[in-house]
Design a binder for this molecule. Sequence first.
Ligand code: ATP
Length: 309
Amino acid sequence: MVTALRSPVSVSVRAAAKINLHLGVGAVRADGFHPLDTVYQAIGLYDDVTMTAHHHTGIVLETADYIDPADIPSASENIAIRALDLVRAHSGRDGHERLDLIKSIPVAGGMAGGSADAAATLLAYDRLHGCGLSDEVLLELAAELGSDVPFSLVGGTARGRGRGELVQPLDDQGTWWWVAVPSRLGLSTPDVYRHFDRLFPHALAEPAEPADLLSALASGEPLRLARTLHNDLQGPAIDLRPDLGILIERGEREGALRGLVSGSGPTCIFLCDSLDGAHAVVAGLRGAGHDVVLIANGPVAGAHFLELP
Ligand code: ATP
């Protein structure tokens, strides 16, 4: 019997949101770049990308009810289309693909939703067309697209250095429960970095290392982890948006072990001692008027196929 090996008609890839358990920021360099030393964790909030060969390239978008579709560019400014163009050019192929994008990761919230979509697109293209790209090549393409895209491929818990292109998986023994509160109002990442420069004109050249956090992760103990969470952009973000400081205090009063701005914000995240603890924090924050309050556990996998073709 002869079995024909055919390319799949479509490929679906799921990619997770990230949070930063540690974000050390060094002094701005002459080229405008801030060196970073960060610990990422992928958490269970996902975007799904389904790629299908098509007669023209485009995105069909579906969003969770807390996401405004108008916030997501549909054409070439969408990072998923940029990822598609990049991997297509790299593979030397012609043709077009349609992307069906189901978005649940809050937009522009410091949770790397766009990076997740880009990572998912790279993987989907490779599988759809049987390109056979190595992990090294996928990671290189990812780094060209943005500093958080390599981590979106890797997932789990990992340390990121440089511009984020150096991703080192970490020993993480926990199942950590997080509550995430996205913000309706935006907070521009460049504005937060500029404010960091104003607030800390004498910042050290080398970013702070996550020494204690690494052993807390390996211990699996939420209280230990809570004590070691760190974000150098939290002060600047709260200075620009005092409501985030009020939200963090409220979440901690409602029982969270620790609240933190996620990346450059404005999403805030709360580490809880258990799933029950997370439900209690959600109820408390909803009672305080926050209507979008999400629960997710971490670490979860990086970008992965939803079904094998
Ligand atoms: P990071 O944590 O990596 O800084 P973020 O979570 O703050 O990312 P994203 O959700 O990735 O931000 O979106 C940032 C901006 O990128 C949005 O304001 C939007 O205009 C644009 N964008 C482009 N492509 C996408 C996409 N696929 N999904 C969401 N936003 C996108």
